[in-house]
Design a protein around this ligand. Sequence first.
Ligand SMILES: Cc1cc2nc3c(=O)[nH]c(=O)nc-3n(C[C@H](O)[C@H](O)[C@H](O)COP(=O)(O)OP(=O)(O)OC[C@H]3O[C@@H](n4cnc5c(N)ncnc54)[C@H](O)[C@@H]3O)c2cc1C
Length: 524
Amino acid sequence: MSTDAIIIGGGHNGLVCASYLADAGMRVKVLEKNEQIGGPASTEEFHPGFRNSVGAYTVSLLNPKVINDLELHKHGLKIVERKVNNVFPHSDGNFLAFVHGRNELKKEIAQFSKHDAKQVDRFFSDIEMVSDQIRSVLLETPPNAGGGFKDVLRTAVLGNRFRKLNVDEGRVLLDIFSKSVSDFLDYYFKDQRVKAAFAFDGLVGTYSDTKQAGTAYVLAHHAFGEVNGKKGIWGHAIGGMGAITQSMAAYAQTKGVDIEVNCAVRRVVVKNNEAVGVELDDGEIIESSRVVSNLNPALLFRRMINASNLPEEFNRRMANYKNGSGTLRMNVALRDLPDFTCLKNHKRATEDHLTSGIIIGPTVDYLDQAYKDAEELGWSREPIIEMLIPSTLDDSLAPPGKHVASLFCHQFNPGLNWDVHRDKAARTVINQVEKYAPGFRELILGQQVLTPIDLERKFGLINGDIFHGKLSLDQMFSARPILGYGNYRTPINKLYMCGSGTHPGGGVTGIPGHNAAREILKDR
Ligand SMILES: Cc1cc2nc3c(=O)[nH]c(=O)nc-3n(C[C@H](O)[C@H](O)[C@H](O)COP(=O)(O)OP(=O)(O)OC[C@H]3O[C@@H](n4cnc5c(N)ncnc54)[C@H](O)[C@@H]3O)c2cc1C
């Protein structure tokens, strides 16, 4: 029996899209190439007895509507807050902690700069205003360029909403969408350590220094989320990020979605400019009334569809679709908790600080040098590293008394031959942590290393791009992935996109899947 929709890829957006389609009565099949669903939002046993999130490692952006509609809590999802947001160790043995509570944060920052502490309220007021604007369009389908009268009307409605902002707010929005994170932060902060702590989010998943235009938006992209109703903070899903996708799959299955794993799709079958099914790696053809891709657009259009089925200009644009985060991701199994010098040295450190994202990236110069080195040498000998130790919040991940840590490392040149350099780069990361937490190396019982090429091979993340394409102005909103196809549709009839390469981009949000399903159902 032919299905109503095949979803290529069982990433979280594929599962969300499948769930909404099945909710509306469609017969849906999800085809996932790996042995488990979830893509980078999955949990693996990477060392005997030690489990951790494989790619994504922390939750905030997951949309509350998706959580409610798919009854994720009822299907096992539990999210807990970090007790301290972030800690930034410094080479002089001090640290800056982003603690909860505005006044407490101001006190921390005042230790480094009284001026900067006074700017904190203004900064957060601006970021919250920007986040509210971003939130207001997250669940909308962007107006489609060349889409006709309805889209012109929707553009006007959208424009009218922004018209209600006052001039100061308009300026901040313009800054966010046009400036580098360094220039943006100059309006608020002077101290290089304080600035670096805020700038870090502008570089996450972005192969860049702090000076490249567009990085201010990346900072804002990491601020629109919430945990259990508390805005702008990050948390941990008990059981790792796989708990999110497992709860999505559980919901989808209650709606009759058929999920097949170990089932790689080789190509989309197109007849008379219409998607009619897919061909699997083993040559089997599965027919369907429509095909929905959860894949990076470059993977779908460059590798799974014959170029002759697509307009020439579309192919030209897709050939230049920008991918590549410069991300290296490690998991380590630890016999004990690491001993950060800075946390030992200071009375204001508590054990709660070990539940935070511990970010080695102490100054703006350090952040910028990491990119410079990556361009020249492949990666920095002093890389940017965020360490999260989720086992401090979740005892399901490691044996009693032992721990797991995620290492999320930035500015590793996506173009390097990582099969040659993988081990050396991983050693650099461990050596760098060792400088801030002596004895760390000796604690490691086992490790998993995913370089950009490993992320591509494992999940289809082209060039290791964690967002399915750079979050730059030319690849956002109506232009994601390409202007004219920002509404989850493609040049091929009955072929849709539902992954992070569509609005509003990457992160474990569930939003592309949600919005794509709505558009697919409109065309039914
Ligand atoms: C290292 C790393 C760290 C990250 N950290 C965070 C974080 O902490 N928080 C956060 O919110 N986001 C984070 N992200 C981003 C986030 O994980 C992704 O943006 C998001 O998971 C993408 O979801 P998706 O459903 O759009 O696509 P994917 O999850 O990529 O789904 C695509 C699916 O298709 C499958 N597939 C590929 N090729 C085929 C094929 N030929 N046939 C069948 N199936 C195929 C893949 O295996 C995958 O399951 C991180 C990503 C990475 C890589």
